[in-house]
Design a protein around this ligand. Structure first.
Ligand SMILES: [Zn+2]
Length: 465
């Protein structure tokens, strides 16, 4: 089956038809490792995961790269101008009294830990911007030779007026910026939307991170890293580029401008943007004090998989409202799913045939612009259906290729003998009406992490999650 995906470039849902038969080349803008990635950032990374898993489910090979920004991302980006303000990494280093290197390694490690806990599919490579300085300089040189750049006091800039398609992706142009300007653009820039490719280190001071270049000592602008890494790792043309909606206006538009100006080819066929996560119905952010991290969730005893489940409860193009209650509901649903799967009386090597009917329903949902809420409801329909347990198990394992909940570790779960013995003894007491002893044993079993459910004429022991 082919994936139908909303393309921000054409503003339409379109079928993904990769440039190379059978192979999809995809890139996602990753984190800037100056602090913890929050659950809003991870919503976008989860979208990449769902897309990659869906493509693989469809039988494609996916060449997937995600970057780690470890240089040159300036705080001015918050105000709509990514070339002003301070370097987030240098700022974080001075605030925490550490070197930039220590900041980068600490937060990269933390990001990788969270990434794994959420069972997000690993890219072929996490590319670090500082490992591609040569490629970034080469790209700027190419742009310079083609006449797309100019140099001013603080750096080398891209002249957006030379790229006729500028503004196509997001409608952000010189005219719109003039109306809504929140920051004074650098007066030396030829046009307010021009952006820095290379910034010079401030005179008479050194930065933690700086490199020689043909134009002077400095560091690359933020946007140039993505294009340079894509060119190196995936080629000048890719199929899908993923990122948060906040990147659409400036960052992605600049990636397109510099890439297409250098190569003369269309850069990415598809642009997929994930809508922001809200918290308690409002904006989420560091200054609002609600930019929760996975660690915050875990310290309140939520499972990382519960967050994964929660992300699936909303469509990626709609705002999703995070509340502790909503996360709690997601966790309860997930636990009920785990209980059901672990209670099936099927061992790993005795699973049945998959139900084509449910696989197809599921396939249609994920391929319908990554409709994860629908995919979840198909999963629940399957669990509640009257299909045989071995068929359910085989089908659930198939769906889990995309769901990523780790059902395989639950299949064929055996109730420990002592728990089984206790449940049997309780049943004997119950049959003869010795209720206090029966209740006492039920509580003991409960403390051991299992529950006993009575049905007419029998009982079932389940592991609790
Ligand atoms: Zn990027």
């Amino acid at each position: 089956m082919a994936l139908s995906l909303y393309n921000s470039l054409t503003k339409q849902v379109q079928e993904v038809q990769p440039l190379d038969l059978g192979v999809v080349r995809m890139y996602a803008c990753g984190p800037t490792v100056y602090s913890y990635a929050h659950i809003g950032n991870f919503r976008t990374f989860a979208l990449s995961d769902f897309i990659v898993r869906t493509l693989k489910f469809n039988g494609y090979q996916v060449k997937f790269i995600m970057n780690i920004t470890d240089v040159g991302h300036l705080t001015g980006d918050n105000q709509g101008d990514a070339d002003t303000g301070e370097d987030r990494l240098e700022l974080s280093a001075s605030r925490e009294g550490k070197s930039v290197k220590d900041i980068v390694s600490f937060y990269t490690k933390q990001f990788m830990t969270d990434y794994e806990k959420l069972n997000l599919i690993k890219p072929e490579k996490f590319t670090q911007a500082t490992q591609y300085i040569k490629e970034q300089i080469d790209l700027i040189r190419r742009l310079k030779e083609k006449g797309y750049t100019y140099q001013i006091e603080d750096g080398v800039y891209f002249d957006t007026s030379k790229f006729k398609d500028y503004g196509h992706l997001s409608g952000f142009t010189e005219e719109t910026i003039k109306e809504g300007a929140r920051v004074e653009p650098n007066p030396q820039k030829k046009h307010p939307v021009d952006f820095a490719l290379w910034k010079f280190s401030p005179p008479y001071s050194t930065r933690w991170q700086e490199w020689e270049s043909p134009w002077g000592i400095g560091y690359p602008g933020w946007h140039v890293e993505c294009s340079a890494m894509i060119f190196k790792e995936l080629g000048e043309q890719i199929d899908i580029h993923v990122g948060g909606e906040d990147h659409k206006t400036i960052h992605h538009q600049n990636e397109i401008a510099q890439s297409e100006s250098a190569s003369g080819k269309k850069f990415s066929q598809f642009w997929a943007h994930c809508t922001f996560l809200q918290v308690d119905g409002g904006k989420m952010g560091k200054s609002e004090g609600n930019a929760y991290t996975l660690l915050d969730l875990e310290s309140k005893r939520y499972l990382p998989a519960a967050l994964r489940y929660f992300y699936m409860t909303g469509h990626y193009r709609k705002p999703l409202n995070f509340t502790w209650e909503a996360l709690g509901n997601a966790q309860n649903s997930l636990k009920r799913l785990f209980e059901a799967v672990s209670a099936y009386n099927v061992s790993k090597d005795s699973t049945g045939r998959v139900s084509d009917d449910y696989v197809q329903k599921f396939e249609r949902s994920i391929n319908d612009d990554i409709n994860m809420p629908k995919a979840l409801s198909v999963t629940w329909d399957l669990v509640k259906s009257d299909l045989q347990e071995d068929v359910k198990v085989a089908t659930l394992l198939k769906l889990d290729e995309v769901l990523g909940f780790g059902f395989d570790s639950l299949i064929g779960f055996e109730i420990p003998k002592e728990v089984g013995d206790l449940a049997r003894t309780r049943w004997e007491y119950k049959k003869v009406g010795i209720w206090d002893k029966a209740d006492f044993i039920r509580r003991e079993v409960d403390k051991m992490g299992f529950s006993i459910e009575d049905s007419d004429g029998g009982y079932k022991v389940k592991k609790r999650f």
